[in-house]
Write a new protein. Structure first.
Length: 127
């Protein structure tokens, strides 16, 4: 459960990046907080994921973000976040690269959102 009070998105992203992505440890408070946030406040979780993408310095980092919190977020809130992520990925090469590591089964989200997401994953970035 998320503690009451104002969420520090930058601090959560920093902690998650250091502990989970670089530290390769999912048994951390930062991991649990982001998982909880994904269900409780998808908009705030999206802000954390955006920060994680900004912190990523390599494809390995982006793979961890894409196959982890980004994927979880898209499965948890597909109707809301798939259109946002797809649109932003058209202009952001880092997000677009992270999206390539997202693997969502056809029956995990509504068919239309899955189709839009799958198309975005295979479309070149706008220049």
């Amino acid at each position: 459960m998320m503690p009451q009070g104002k969420l520090d998105i930058a601090a959560l992203a920093h902690d998650y990046f250091a502990e989970v992505i670089r530290g390769q440890d999912i048994e951390t408070e930062a991991f649990d907080r982001l998982v909880d946030l994904t269900g409780a406040d998808p908009d705030a979780a999206w802000a954390v994921v955006r920060r994680l993408i900004d912190l990523s310095a390599s494809d390995v980092d982006l793979a961890h973000v894409g196959a982890g919190p980004l994927e979880q977020l898209l499965v948890a809130s597909p109707e809301t976040l798939v259109p946002i992520v797809v649109e932003e990925s058209k202009k952001d090469p880092q997000l677009r690269r992270a999206l390539e590591f997202v693997v969502i089964a056809v029956d995990d989200i509504p068919a239309e959102e899955w189709r839009v997401l799958d198309t975005a994953r295979h479309t070149p970035i706008d220049e």
